[in-house]
Design a protein around this ligand. Structure first.
Ligand SMILES: [Zn+2]
Length: 392
């Protein structure tokens, strides 16, 4: 019988179920036992692949018997430390049934994560795995929430992080990252401009970038949202509306559904995935409705209260668009006015003082309901990705 201990490969222990990395665009295989960025052949995002058919994979019942949290099902996460990976208590956020918002409507409230946003999930995994592989200095561009999460997990793991954010980022987001020990630079322009600056600094200083989909593991943390929807409901929802900036969560949840099918937990059913953006910056929504396989960058994005949605181009565009098509989903762009109005109602009617991104999702839900894209009695999940406190 095989010993139940991690394989020893090179100088690092690895999760024995974690086999390799695969390019999400061209399929090329990459080693999982060293620091990796994007695909060496096409620069596409790398996705972690696991031996899901391994008979030693725990059953659904076994996973459900464990303490809830991000690392509850650590066999499908990349860290060698598995269930012992350092944590701030991320994951296991509530799925709140909210009748006032509409019949069948549930809110997955990600504001209850450490640092008040869903970004904690990805950073918990990406920083921990990269530290296992030897990284000690990190950098990223951020619209604010990812920076705060990266700062928190860098503090937890005793490593350095350098963050660049657009100059108009809310002060609370900047203060949070600095309080957690990060070096924060304000730059003119959007997150794309911040990204260019961080790319140069990363090369010059030997920093490891944890920019969205520029490394393989933030998506692995985000995908746990998909597993949790199934665990929370005991079945798949019919529709999931997700505020889409970099889109890691959207791609991650679709990956989780595919993994659950391979594990034999579900069949081929999938929720219809809906990407929600704002009218002033909607590259994925536009590309979806034009039937494109990739999304051209959005020229001159408008400023918006939903900082996380001001992402004019995203590395995961092809995966997002494929996910919307494959699940018979769609894309909805909402006006700034509709978004802010819905953010107020999310607070007053549902008791969730959420981020504007959460309000955008509620506004998009109402658009789809009124257009009869949604059917009566469907189970709909709205994602609130962050706390309003971060935007004050
Ligand atoms: Zn590739």
């Amino acid at each position: 019988m095989m010993a139940r201990r991690p394989k020893f490969r090179g100088t690092f222990f690895v999760n024995r179920f974690f086999t390799h990395l695969e390019c999400g665009n061209c399929g090329k295989s990459h080693d999982a036992d060293r620091l990796q960025t994007t695909c060496g052949a096409c620069a596409g995002p790398l996705l972690a692949r696991y031996d899901l058919a391994n008979p030693e994979m725990p059953s659904l019942d076994e996973v459900m018997s464990r303490r809830p949290g991000q690392f509850r099902f650590h066999e499908v996460l990349p860290t060698a430390a598995g269930g012992g990976t350092p944590t701030l208590g991320e994951g296991a956020t509530p799925l709140i049934e909210s009748r006032p918002l509409g019949p069948g409507v549930h809110v997955k409230d990600e504001s209850q994560n450490p640092t008040g946003s869903f970004k904690a999930r990805g950073m918990a995994v990406a920083i921990a795995r990269s530290v296992e592989l030897g990284a000690t200095e990190f950098c990223l561009p951020s619209n604010g929430n990812a920076g705060g999460a990266a700062a928190a997990y860098s503090a937890l793991l005793g490593v350095k992080v350098d963050i660049a954010v657009p100059a108009n980022t809310p002060q609370a987001l900047v203060d949070e990252s600095r309080a957690l020990g990060a070096n924060v630079t304000l730059v003119d322009g959007t997150i794309a401009d911040a990204g260019r600056i961080q790319k140069e600094k990363a090369v010059a200083n030997g920093w490891f970038s944890v920019a969205t989909l520029h490394e393989p593991y933030r998506i692995e943390g985000k995908k746990m949202m998909g597993y949790e929807l199934f665990w929370d409901l005991g079945r798949m929802p019919d529709v999931v509306l997700y505020p889409t900036g970099g889109g890691t969560g959207l791609v991650g949840m679709i990956k989780a559904f595919d993994e659950m099918e391979q594990l034999g937990w579900i069949g081929s059913e999938r929720p219809r995935m809906v990407a929600v953006q704002v009218e002033g910056c909607a590259p994925i929504v536009r590309a979806h409705h034009e039937g494109l396989d990739s999304a051209p960058a959005w020229e001159n994005p408008d400023t918006t209260a939903a900082f996380g949605l001001r992402v004019p181009s995203a590395l995961g565009d092809q995966l997002m668009l494929k996910g919307l098509r494959d699940t018979n989903g769609t894309g909805v762009a909402v006006s700034e006015t509709a978004m802010l109005d819905a953010t107020d109602r999310l607070a007053r009617e549902a008791g969730i003082w959420g981020s504007p991104e959460g309000g955008a999702v509620l506004a998009a839900y109402e658009t789809l309901r009124d257009s009869s894209w949604l059917e009566a009695g469907e189970t709909v999940v709205l994602f609130n990705t962050g706390s309003a406190l971060k935007y004050v």
